[in-house]
Design a protein around this ligand. Structure first.
Ligand SMILES: [Zn+2]
Length: 394
């Protein structure tokens, strides 16, 4: 006999929907067995609630990215009690079952290790070979002692068959279906709304706003999704500054009050008003688009004027600052797109196959031709270019 005072009972498990169904079936099966053996015995019961939990490793969402910071909805199962106690009375706890033939331990492996090589029965005091033994912790003369009961004596001792006890222990250990099994399950991922909004602003500050239609794989929404989902050290995590978070909060607050004139507006409003502060993956395009609209509008206001420059076909000379550089795949290969702004804040765009300038450079444009006046989401821009156009850094 061994003296012990340590007993840990893990009472909370996390299951995805698929495993939760398997788990409840397992519990029902074992409860039927318990009732069949002893109709007075207590059956296994548990509480289950749906919770959204942050996971460092989000399985079922993107198993390749250990840094993914999304959230998953799980079924949280809580056992109110150690059910094996019902079979043994108040002062005794079942620690586990040893299958000596298969060399498997059900329950607390640390304590059972000590009994692994002996099948002595502390109940009938006989030391004969047994396939299975039950290990219990019980109070004897004011002390907690660990005892082993031979498989054939278990029913006599507890009133219930050893195989049923082993099943109950297995369930109390998560039934082999606990959180390690998230990989295969269909969990739904959630993202923090504020984080999505802030990263959208970081993306727009760095690269400007691009819709799926205009930006293709460089669209803002993919930039934001990649920052959450893709693995690798080269992925831009779009870390927001305090100012960018503040701006995100401000725009989200504004979006709560938007007038609903389209299904898009209605969806955006519903998403930002959700009290959980969490959004699904499918909601991300709504948020990046809504933030793009609002943020571009606020950038426009801050920058002052937004007018077209010159007349199409005419020659212009301009003093501009490079605000953003994009790469556009087209018929003639990859072209560089410089987004610039003149001193009044008017937007100037230049497509070229040369890439010599950087964001923040002040440029002098001489003898450029106004190619086009375009307008996108309320922002007017003047496209310049032409063979005779000369560009130099100030
Ligand atoms: Zn015995």
């Amino acid at each position: 006999m061994l003296t012990t005072s340590s007993f840990s009972f893990n009472s909370v498990y996390y299951f995805n929907d698929e495993n939760y169904i398997k788990f409840t079936k397992l519990v029902n099966r074992v409860n039927k067995k318990i009732i069949k053996e002893n109709s007075n015995a207590a059956t296994i019961s548990f509480e289950c609630s749906k919770e959204v939990l942050p996971f460092k490793e989000v399985y079922g969402h993107n198993p390749f990215n250990p840094k993914c910071s999304a959230f998953v909805e799980v079924n949280v199962v809580k056992f109110s009690d150690d059910f094996t106690r019902y079979f043994t009375g108040e002062n005794t706890r079942i620690l586990g079952v040893i299958d000596h033939k298969e060399n498997i331990v059900y329950g607390d492996a640390d304590i059972l290790e000590m009994y692994r090589y002996s099948t002595h029965c502390d109940h009938c005091q006989k030391n004969i070979h047994r396939n299975k033994t039950l290990v219990i912790e019980t109070e004897k003369n004011g002390k907690n002692v660990v005892m082993q009961v031979g498989g054939t004596c278990v029913k006599d001792y507890t009133g219930i068959d050893l195989s049923v006890i082993a099943s109950v222990l297995s369930i109390q250990n998560g039934g082999g279906l606990n959180e390690r099994e998230f990989n295969g399950g269909k969990t739904s991922a959630f993202f923090e709304l504020r984080e999505v909004a802030a990263r959208t602003i970081v993306s727009i500050d760095k690269c400007g706003f691009a819709s799926k239609k205009n930006g293709g794989e460089n669209a803002t929404v993919f930039h934001v999704l990649d920052s959450f989902e893709l693995a690798g050290k080269d992925i831009d995590r779009l870390e927001a500054s305090e100012e960018q978070y503040r701006k995100a909060d401000e725009i989200l607050e504004e979006l709560k009050g938007i007038e609903v004139n389209s299904p898009f507006d209605g969806n955006v409003k519903a998403i930002v008003e959700n009290e959980s502060g969490l959004i699904g993956r499918k909601h991300i395009p709504y948020i990046t688009a809504a933030i793009g609209l609002k943020y571009n509008a606020s950038v426009k206001e801050e920058n002052g004027s937004n007018e077209w420059i010159g007349t199409i076909g005419e020659s212009v000379s301009l003093s501009v600052e490079v605000k953003n550089i994009k790469h556009v795949k087209g018929m003639y290969g990859v072209q560089t797109l410089y987004e610039m702004s003149d001193c009044s804040g008017n937007k100037v765009v230049w497509f070229t196959s040369r890439e010599k300038y950087s964001i923040g450079d002040s440029l002098n444009i001489v003898n450029g031709t106004v190619k086009k006046h375009s307008e996108y989401k309320g922002i007017k821009s003047t496209v310049v270019g032409g063979r005779g156009m000369k560009v130099s850094v100030k």
